[in-house]
Design a protein around this ligand. Structure first.
Ligand code: ADP
Ligand code: MG
Length: 257
């Protein structure tokens, strides 16, 4: 397999009862690339990403990561390959602060003499969290504030700081700006740019095409469970992408059935 690709997914199928959610979808992500994944409600975007994140098993299809056939049957497997998904609800604990959220499940501990219970190394966790957020261009006024009191953009930053701690190679963001106002959404776009600057690949799902055009290198369009088009962002327009989304147009090479 070509080594410019971090990930290749081939011929992915997924059915839920009577609904054929994905019908033979190919998808790929290059190293350091930001891919916009677009399509109407129900097109299969979240299903495809949940399969890559190990949250759902595909019925059929292959996934290749860094040139090798990957076996992803749980979120844990997916993380081992360097894939981190940031869900829309973010899965943050609102009553805990940023360091506790960033380190959740990976708490730094140290053992005191004769003390068998590991003690959380709070100061170290705060220091590292501050550094991770700084890499994302974010400075929280108070790291000890519970994340439920942070703004939407700041919470996204905390969720993404977690993926940096995990040394993610691919971060999947499913509608991260959906619930955000204009300036908060701009912050999230900045976070995506920072990930790209760090050489991390991103898949970004959103309905807002201007956001796609602001940060994505390439755009993949799904319609009714099929991939109907792909464009390099600088060689297309919002009108053309809209046509692909609603069905006025399909790329010839995806017209097989
Ligand atoms: N867990 C599920 N059970 C049943 N149907 C589902 C489930 N998840 C998704 N679907 C269906 O699969 C199709 C694709 O859904 P989804 O991947 O969420 O689309 P998108 O994210 O593009 O809006 C839709 O028809 C949806 O109703
Ligand atoms: Mg979705």
């Amino acid at each position: 397999m070509d080594n410019e690709f971090f990930l290749l997914a081939r011929d992915i199928h997924k059915r839920f009862g009577a609904v054929q959610a994905l019908r033979g979808v190919d998808f790929e992500v290059r190293y350091g690339e930001v891919v916009g994944l677009v399509g109407d409600n129900g097109a299969g975007k979240s299903t495809l990403m949940k399969i890559l994140a190990g949250a759902l098993p595909p019925d059929r299809g292959e996934i290749w990561i860094e040139g090798k056939r990957a076996n992803i049957s749980s979120p844990h497997d997916s993380r081992r390959y360097g894939i981190e998904m940031v869900y829309q609800d973010l899965a943050l604990a609102g009553n805990l602060d940023a360091p506790a959220n960033v380190f959740m499940g990976r708490e730094k501990t140290h053992r005191f003499w004769k003390l068998t219970t590991p003690v959380l190394h709070r100061r170290e966790m705060e220091k590292v969290t501050g550094e991770l957020l700084l890499r994302l261009g974010v400075q929280l006024p108070n790291l000890r504030q519970r994340v439920r009191y942070l703004s939407g953009g700041q919470r996204q930053a905390v969720a993404i700081a977690r993926t940096l701690l995990a040394q993610a190679k691919l971060v999947i963001m499913d509608e991260p700006t959906a619930a955000l106002g204009v300036s908060e959404a701009e912050r999230v776009l900045d976070l995506i740019r920072r990930l790209k600057e760090e050489g991390i690949s991103v898949v970004f799902i959103t309905h807002r095409l201007p956001h796609i055009f602001a940060v994505c290198d390439r755009i993949v369009v799904l319609r009714a469970g099929k991939r109907v088009g792909e464009r390099t962002t600088c060689e297309t327009t919002m009108e053309e992408i809209t046509q692909l989304i609603v069905g006025g147009k399909t790329d010839v090479k995806y017209e097989r059935e």
